[in-house]
Design a protein around this ligand. Structure first.
Ligand code: SAM
Length: 274
């Protein structure tokens, strides 16, 4: 694998402001994103540890909903979101202006092209499977990002990562190496159907997911292809220790339970720069 540029473009057009039909639709979507971020917010609150506020670097920040949700709670001293998709960055910027989120800076760049000042953050977050997209782009990229996250954190700072474990997907792909899924979407969604084709390449443990979204009320579809590396806690721990972090704790997503390799569909971890 390696040098697979598709992952860098997978979110082009997502949250395109032109596709929202009204201000109400945008407001509704903001609420959905804030709700989506609530598990991560509750988890990051533990990192306050007696302090009033934390500074957060969010890699693959999308709409920056995590940073806005933290700011809404009054616990963000500074937030920097790095997002490669222009449409998502523009959406985040509009939300920032409307919500007057002065503590948040949104950067529209490939994370590899951003230079961080050393030791400036309390927390670095790489959530929603963002970390799994790096290896298919370049096999060296995951380690490079962990090393840079380490540098960007102050002593005692936390790295938090959350991703799909792919245990169900691997099981579904077991016989033929591929599985298909489709769903009818709720009326609030501008798409009527979603269709997925997922293929597993066991040699490198990489998933190729092709998603197609069929428009509601007009002919056409939106298509997205992404590649994701499947990680075990053991593989992650080895990389994190090599990057200088403490031994990580693994959780079953934001459920406050320990990670179970047989049943956890999400893998959440936290570790420290000591
Ligand atoms: C699964 S999404 C996470 C979205 C975000 N956490 C949210 O809740 O809105 C992963 C994001 O990482 C971004 N991304 C992927 N590779 C990137 C890179 N090399 N540099 C910066 N952002 C990247 C994608 O464009 C996408 O928006």
């Amino acid at each position: 694998m390696g040098h697979n540029e598709q992952n860098l473009r997978a979110y082009d057009g997502v949250e395109d402001l032109l596709t929202f039909t009204s201000k109400e639709a945008v407001d509704q979507y903001h609420l959905e994103r804030l709700k989506f971020a609530s598990g991560a917010v509750a988890f990051l609150e533990k990192m306050l540890n007696g302090r009033k506020q934390i500074s957060v670097l969010d890699i693959g920040s999308g709409s920056s909903c995590l940073l806005y949700a933290l700011d809404n709670k009054g616990i963000l001293s500074k937030g920097v979101g790095i997002e490669i998709s222009k449409s998502r960055h523009d959406f985040a910027q509009q939300w920032k202006r409307e919500g007057e989120y002065h503590r948040v800076e949104n950067i529209n760049k490939d994370v590899r092209d951003v230079s961080f000042e050393k030791t400036q953050f309390d927390v670095c977050a790489i959530l929603d499977s963002t970390f799994t997209y790096f290896y298919p782009v370049d096999a060296q990229m995951p380690m490079q990002i962990l090393e840079r996250a380490y540098q960007a954190l102050g002593n005692g700072g936390w790295l938090v990562m959350e991703m799909a474990s792919f245990i169900d997907t691997k099981r579904l792909c077991k016989d033929s190496g591929v599985y298909y899924k489709w769903a009818e979407l709720p009326e609030t969604n501008k798409f009527l159907y979603s269709l997925y084709k997922v293929e597993h390449s066991p040699e490198e443990d990489v998933m190729r997911s092709e998603s197609r979204y069929i428009y509601r009320g007009k002919v056409g579809e939106s298509r997205k292809i992404e590649y994701s590396k499947v990680y075990t806690p053991e593989a992650l721990e080895k990389m994190l220790i090599e990057a200088g972090f403490s031994k990580p704790d693994f959780y079953d997503g934001y459920n406050n339970r320990a990670y179970d390799p047989k049943s956890s569909s999400r893998l959440l971890l936290s570790c420290r720069k000591d």
